[in-house]
Design a protein. Structure first.
Length: 446
């Protein structure tokens, strides 16, 4: 009987771009479009420069074979992946698969890996699918438990996804891919404490997860021996992070039938995934409370979202990391100023927004489904405004056209030429016949 890592590895190795369902190929292309597009628009987010500086210092300031996207420098692959994953995660509008941000982990990893090893861009799509599906199978069954225990899904499941993607890209067989996945399970880790503190560790966690995955795959390629029961064994991946008994067989039972890529969502606003619904609720109520004093507001959300680290913070705020996680801040800013932007989310001294955020109560309500919320506003005149925002994953499951429209809107806000978007769209449409340098060149053009 095969173990979980062996089942995952067999599935990853079996993936072939030509035999994938057209729907899944299309979903992967949309992930590339959204991921690269949001990265192109994220170069001015402050901590991107921090990651670049650290990346160059890691490599001793020496040039190397991997491009630091948007920075114009070349360095070693480890430093480049750290900097580039930070860039892809900068706007927080990278995609989410459940609770994990696989796109901003896998895309910078694969771009630099293809660049450094001279691999054809035709391997990008199947490697990307391998990462999403392996990481997604684990995230689907484990994230609720591991998140309650304080572990960040992107860090632990992202590392495994990265190992599977890297193994697929460099052409490892089933035995070596299983070793890569097992290695990554041993290397993975990362907490959510930064969201409570409003600090920036989470900004760099995706780069660390990508590096863990790459190192896991390279060690497997070199012949490392790894635990075949790394998932289900005592002291293994599930016991450490989930701390409860899970149906191990269910993790791999639906591989190739229930695709993780079908669960991928995209964010219309540059805030936490959990705050997308509250921002939409605030936009709907804003016209009804404009010009009146808001005495208090109550926001009701599913407990899994309302109790996530940083969600209930009401300030004072001093970092973008804190504001984009805070549901009261996101709702207050939207009610007063409309659709939030990256620049506005960094206006920490807006007295009106801060005062209103302090009067917004976040309530965990088990009757509210995930992704949904209820917002009730009480005005100074004693009137009430109420909306129930009902959302499902399908509402954020954009296709190519909707994603192109979203990226175009972001580009206009950031002053990026529409010609860059058209070049990106062409790459996505003809990915198998393009070169990875075409993507790298987009960042030079901006």
């Amino acid at each position: 009987m095969m173990s979980v890592v062996e089942d995952l590895a067999e599935f990853a190795v079996s993936l072939d771009a030509g035999s994938l369902p057209e729907r899944i190929r299309e979903r992967a292309r949309v992930c590339v479009l959204n991921g690269v597009g949001m990265a192109l628009a994220g170069t001015r987010v402050p901590h991107v420069a921090t990651a670049r500086q650290a990346a160059l210092a890691m490599e001793g300031g020496m040039p190397g074979p991997a491009t630091v996207l948007g920075g114009g420098r070349r360095t070693g692959i480890a430093g480049a992946i750290l900097a580039n994953a930070t860039l892809f995660h900068a706007r927080t509008q990278d995609d989410t698969c459940g609770a994990a941000h696989f796109g901003a982990t896998l895309l910078p990893l694969l771009i630099n890996l293809l660049e450094v090893r001279g691999l054809p861009s035709a391997v990008l799509l199947p490697a990307l699918v391998a990462g999403y599906e392996v990481g997604g199978a684990l995230e689907l069954h484990g994230a609720a438990s591991s998140s309650r225990n304080g572990f960040r899904a992107s860090s632990i499941y992202g590392a495994v996804a990265a190992a599977a993607a890297a193994a697929k890209a460099i052409g490892l067989g089933a035995r070596e891919t299983a070793a890569a996945i097992a290695n990554a399970m041993s290397f993975a880790g990362g907490s959510v404490v930064a969201f409570s503190e409003g600090s920036d560790e989470w900004r760099y966690q995706l780069g660390i997860a990508a590096l863990n995955g790459l190192q896991a795959a390279c060690l497997a390629e070199a012949g490392s021996r790894s635990a075949r029961s790394a998932t289900e064994a005592r002291g293994g991946f599930l016991e450490i992070f989930c701390r409860e008994t899970l149906d191990v067989g269910a993790i791999t039972a639906s591989l190739g039938a229930d695709w993780a890529l079908d669960r991928v969502m995209f964010k219309p606003f540059p805030v936490c995934a959990f705050n997308q619904g509250p921002v939409q609720a605030a936009l709907e109520l804003a016209p009804h409370v404009e010009g009146v004093g808001i005495v208090r507001a109550e926001l009701r959300m599913n407990p899994a979202e309302a109790t996530y680290a940083g969600m209930d913070c009401r300030g004072p705020f001093s970092t973008l990391s804190a504001t984009l996680m805070s549901a009261p801040f996101c709702v207050a800013r939207t009610l007063i100023h409309g659709t939030p932007s990256i620049a506005e989310m960094q206006q920490f001294d807006d007295a009106g927004v801060n005062a209103l955020a302090g009067r917004i109560d976040l309530v965990a309500d088990a009757d509210i489904p995930r992704l949904c919320c209820e917002l009730k506003i009480t005005t100074a005149a004693g009137a009430h405004a109420y909306v129930r925002m009902v959302r499902q994953a399908a509402d954020y499951s954009y296709g190519i056209d909707a994603t192109e429209e979203l990226i175009g809107s972001v580009f206009r806000t950031e002053g990026i030429d529409d010609a860059i978007l058209q070049r990106l769209v062409r790459f996505v449409e003809h990915m198998e016949r393009s070169e990875i340098c075409d993507v790298v060149g987009l960042f030079r053009a901006t």
